[in-house]
Design a protein around this ligand. Structure first.
Ligand code: 5GP
Length: 202
Protein backbone atom coordinates (compact mmCIF):
# COMPACT_ATOMS: atom_id res chain seq x y z
CA UNK A 1 0.00 0.00 0.00
CA UNK A 2 1.84 3.13 -1.24
CA UNK A 3 0.79 6.56 0.06
CA UNK A 4 2.17 10.07 0.53
CA UNK A 5 1.14 10.85 4.12
CA UNK A 6 2.00 8.96 7.30
CA UNK A 7 -0.26 6.37 8.90
CA UNK A 8 -0.12 6.69 12.68
CA UNK A 9 -1.53 3.51 14.20
CA UNK A 10 -2.44 3.85 17.88
CA UNK A 11 -3.52 0.92 20.08
CA UNK A 12 -4.09 0.51 23.80
CA UNK A 13 -5.86 -1.74 26.26
CA UNK A 14 -9.36 -0.60 27.18
CA UNK A 15 -9.07 2.05 29.94
CA UNK A 16 -5.56 3.26 29.04
CA UNK A 17 -6.99 6.60 27.89
CA UNK A 18 -6.51 6.27 24.14
CA UNK A 19 -9.78 7.93 23.08
CA UNK A 20 -9.17 10.98 25.31
CA UNK A 21 -5.59 11.28 24.05
CA UNK A 22 -6.59 10.96 20.38
CA UNK A 23 -9.21 13.70 20.84
CA UNK A 24 -6.60 15.90 22.53
CA UNK A 25 -3.98 15.59 19.79
CA UNK A 26 -6.03 15.37 16.58
CA UNK A 27 -6.00 19.14 16.02
CA UNK A 28 -2.28 19.71 16.55
CA UNK A 29 -1.63 19.62 12.80
CA UNK A 30 -4.02 20.65 10.01
CA UNK A 31 -2.46 17.84 7.95
CA UNK A 32 -3.62 15.19 10.42
CA UNK A 33 -7.00 13.49 10.10
CA UNK A 34 -8.57 10.67 12.12
CA UNK A 35 -9.75 7.65 10.16
CA UNK A 36 -13.42 6.82 10.64
CA UNK A 37 -13.83 3.04 11.03
CA UNK A 38 -16.77 0.82 10.23
CA UNK A 39 -18.34 -1.03 13.15
CA UNK A 40 -21.26 -3.29 13.94
CA UNK A 41 -21.46 -2.17 17.56
CA UNK A 42 -24.54 -0.17 18.60
CA UNK A 43 -24.18 3.60 18.56
CA UNK A 44 -23.54 5.10 22.00
CA UNK A 45 -25.29 8.21 23.25
CA UNK A 46 -23.76 11.30 21.70
CA UNK A 47 -22.11 9.46 18.82
CA UNK A 48 -22.77 10.51 15.23
CA UNK A 49 -22.86 8.14 12.26
CA UNK A 50 -20.08 9.05 9.82
CA UNK A 51 -18.16 11.07 12.44
CA UNK A 52 -17.40 8.62 15.26
CA UNK A 53 -17.87 5.49 13.15
CA UNK A 54 -19.74 4.32 10.09
CA UNK A 55 -22.35 2.18 11.85
CA UNK A 56 -23.39 -0.85 9.78
CA UNK A 57 -25.12 -4.18 10.46
CA UNK A 58 -23.28 -7.51 10.50
CA UNK A 59 -24.59 -8.47 7.05
CA UNK A 60 -23.18 -5.28 5.46
CA UNK A 61 -19.88 -5.74 7.32
CA UNK A 62 -19.56 -9.31 6.01
CA UNK A 63 -20.32 -8.13 2.47
CA UNK A 64 -17.50 -5.61 2.81
CA UNK A 65 -15.10 -8.34 4.04
CA UNK A 66 -16.08 -10.48 1.02
CA UNK A 67 -15.50 -7.53 -1.32
CA UNK A 68 -11.99 -6.93 0.17
CA UNK A 69 -13.09 -3.45 1.19
CA UNK A 70 -11.02 -3.46 4.40
CA UNK A 71 -7.25 -3.01 4.85
CA UNK A 72 -7.75 -4.54 8.28
CA UNK A 73 -10.64 -5.72 10.38
CA UNK A 74 -11.09 -7.52 13.69
CA UNK A 75 -13.63 -8.72 16.19
CA UNK A 76 -13.22 -6.70 19.40
CA UNK A 77 -15.42 -7.27 22.47
CA UNK A 78 -18.04 -9.22 20.38
CA UNK A 79 -18.34 -6.58 17.62
CA UNK A 80 -16.69 -6.15 14.25
CA UNK A 81 -14.48 -3.14 13.50
CA UNK A 82 -12.64 -2.35 10.28
CA UNK A 83 -10.73 0.30 8.34
CA UNK A 84 -11.87 0.71 4.74
CA UNK A 85 -9.21 0.91 2.04
CA UNK A 86 -11.26 3.74 0.50
CA UNK A 87 -10.92 5.83 3.69
CA UNK A 88 -7.12 5.63 3.56
CA UNK A 89 -7.00 6.19 -0.22
CA UNK A 90 -9.06 9.34 0.06
CA UNK A 91 -6.87 10.79 2.84
CA UNK A 92 -3.74 9.80 0.88
CA UNK A 93 -5.00 11.60 -2.23
CA UNK A 94 -5.51 14.73 -0.14
CA UNK A 95 -1.90 14.43 1.16
CA UNK A 96 -3.14 13.96 4.72
CA UNK A 97 -1.47 12.09 7.58
CA UNK A 98 -3.96 9.68 9.14
CA UNK A 99 -4.47 8.63 12.75
CA UNK A 100 -5.93 5.15 13.18
CA UNK A 101 -7.29 4.23 16.60
CA UNK A 102 -7.47 0.44 16.22
CA UNK A 103 -6.91 -2.67 18.32
CA UNK A 104 -3.70 -4.71 18.23
CA UNK A 105 -5.16 -7.41 15.93
CA UNK A 106 -5.86 -4.79 13.26
CA UNK A 107 -2.50 -3.15 13.89
CA UNK A 108 -0.75 -6.51 13.35
CA UNK A 109 -2.54 -6.87 9.98
CA UNK A 110 -1.40 -3.39 8.95
CA UNK A 111 2.16 -4.15 10.06
CA UNK A 112 2.21 -6.81 7.29
CA UNK A 113 0.92 -4.58 4.45
CA UNK A 114 1.97 -1.10 5.61
CA UNK A 115 5.28 -1.61 7.37
CA UNK A 116 6.17 2.08 6.90
CA UNK A 117 3.28 3.12 9.17
CA UNK A 118 4.19 4.40 12.65
CA UNK A 119 2.92 2.10 15.40
CA UNK A 120 2.32 3.67 18.81
CA UNK A 121 1.12 1.79 21.89
CA UNK A 122 -0.49 3.60 24.84
CA UNK A 123 0.07 1.75 28.12
CA UNK A 124 -1.41 2.38 31.56
CA UNK A 125 1.10 3.10 34.37
CA UNK A 126 0.02 -0.13 36.14
CA UNK A 127 -2.66 -2.83 36.07
CA UNK A 128 -4.05 -1.48 39.36
CA UNK A 129 -4.46 1.96 37.80
CA UNK A 130 -6.10 0.41 34.73
CA UNK A 131 -8.62 -1.36 36.98
CA UNK A 132 -9.24 1.87 38.91
CA UNK A 133 -9.96 3.73 35.64
CA UNK A 134 -12.25 1.00 34.31
CA UNK A 135 -14.22 0.96 37.57
CA UNK A 136 -14.31 4.78 37.62
CA UNK A 137 -16.11 4.82 34.27
CA UNK A 138 -19.03 2.98 35.93
CA UNK A 139 -20.27 1.89 32.49
CA UNK A 140 -19.30 -1.80 32.67
CA UNK A 141 -20.35 -4.73 34.85
CA UNK A 142 -17.87 -6.49 37.15
CA UNK A 143 -17.61 -9.42 34.69
CA UNK A 144 -16.75 -7.10 31.81
CA UNK A 145 -14.14 -5.24 33.89
CA UNK A 146 -12.47 -8.49 34.98
CA UNK A 147 -12.41 -9.72 31.35
CA UNK A 148 -10.94 -6.42 30.14
CA UNK A 149 -8.15 -6.59 32.73
CA UNK A 150 -7.37 -10.19 31.74
CA UNK A 151 -7.34 -9.13 28.07
CA UNK A 152 -5.08 -6.20 28.95
CA UNK A 153 -2.30 -8.58 30.05
CA UNK A 154 -2.24 -10.17 26.57
CA UNK A 155 -2.52 -6.79 24.86
CA UNK A 156 0.39 -5.35 26.86
CA UNK A 157 2.56 -8.25 25.61
CA UNK A 158 1.93 -6.95 22.08
CA UNK A 159 3.50 -3.57 22.93
CA UNK A 160 6.97 -4.99 22.26
CA UNK A 161 6.63 -4.83 18.45
CA UNK A 162 5.25 -1.29 18.32
CA UNK A 163 7.68 1.52 17.34
CA UNK A 164 6.83 3.64 20.39
CA UNK A 165 5.25 3.08 23.79
CA UNK A 166 3.68 6.04 25.60
CA UNK A 167 2.84 5.42 29.27
CA UNK A 168 -0.28 7.40 30.10
CA UNK A 169 0.29 8.35 33.72
CA UNK A 170 -0.63 11.98 33.15
CA UNK A 171 -2.83 12.89 30.14
CA UNK A 172 -1.10 16.19 29.32
CA UNK A 173 2.37 14.61 29.44
CA UNK A 174 1.25 11.63 27.36
CA UNK A 175 -0.37 13.96 24.80
CA UNK A 176 2.86 16.01 24.62
CA UNK A 177 4.86 12.82 24.02
CA UNK A 178 2.47 11.70 21.28
CA UNK A 179 2.71 15.07 19.54
CA UNK A 180 6.52 14.99 19.83
CA UNK A 181 6.59 11.54 18.18
CA UNK A 182 4.31 12.69 15.36
CA UNK A 183 6.23 15.93 14.79
CA UNK A 184 9.52 14.03 14.55
CA UNK A 185 8.02 11.53 12.10
CA UNK A 186 6.67 14.39 9.97
CA UNK A 187 10.21 15.86 9.80
CA UNK A 188 11.64 12.71 8.19
CA UNK A 189 13.69 13.70 5.18
CA UNK A 190 11.52 11.72 2.77
CA UNK A 191 8.59 14.02 3.62
CA UNK A 192 10.50 17.30 3.77
CA UNK A 193 13.07 16.81 1.00
CA UNK A 194 10.57 17.41 -1.84
CA UNK A 195 10.21 21.02 -0.59
CA UNK A 196 14.03 21.38 -0.63
CA UNK A 197 14.04 20.09 -4.22
CA UNK A 198 11.41 22.68 -5.11
CA UNK A 199 13.59 25.35 -3.46
CA UNK A 200 16.54 24.30 -5.60
CA UNK A 201 14.57 23.85 -8.82
CA UNK A 202 11.75 26.37 -8.69
P1 5GP B 1 -15.04 1.31 21.03
O1 5GP B 1 -16.19 0.38 20.75
O2 5GP B 1 -14.84 1.52 22.49
O3 5GP B 1 -15.16 2.60 20.25
O4 5GP B 1 -13.72 0.61 20.49
C1 5GP B 1 -13.35 -0.64 20.96
C2 5GP B 1 -12.02 -1.03 20.39
O5 5GP B 1 -12.10 -1.20 18.96
C3 5GP B 1 -10.92 0.00 20.62
O6 5GP B 1 -9.75 -0.69 21.08
C4 5GP B 1 -10.65 0.56 19.24
O7 5GP B 1 -9.29 0.95 19.08
C5 5GP B 1 -10.97 -0.63 18.36
N1 5GP B 1 -11.25 -0.22 16.99
C6 5GP B 1 -11.93 0.87 16.57
N2 5GP B 1 -11.97 0.94 15.23
C7 5GP B 1 -11.26 -0.12 14.78
C8 5GP B 1 -10.93 -0.60 13.48
O8 5GP B 1 -11.26 -0.04 12.44
N3 5GP B 1 -10.20 -1.75 13.43
C9 5GP B 1 -9.79 -2.42 14.54
N4 5GP B 1 -9.05 -3.51 14.36
N5 5GP B 1 -10.10 -2.00 15.79
C10 5GP B 1 -10.81 -0.87 15.90
Amino acid sequence: MQRQGILFVISAPSGAGKTTLCKQIIDFSPKLRQSVSFTTRPMRQGEIDGIDYHFVDVERFREMIAADAFVEWAQVHDNYYGTALQTLRQAGDDGQHVLLDIDFQGAAQLKKCADEAVFIFIAPPSLDELERRLRGRATDSDDVIIRRIENARGELQQARWYDYIVVNDNVDEAAAQLIAIMQAEMCRSRFVFPSIEEMLNP
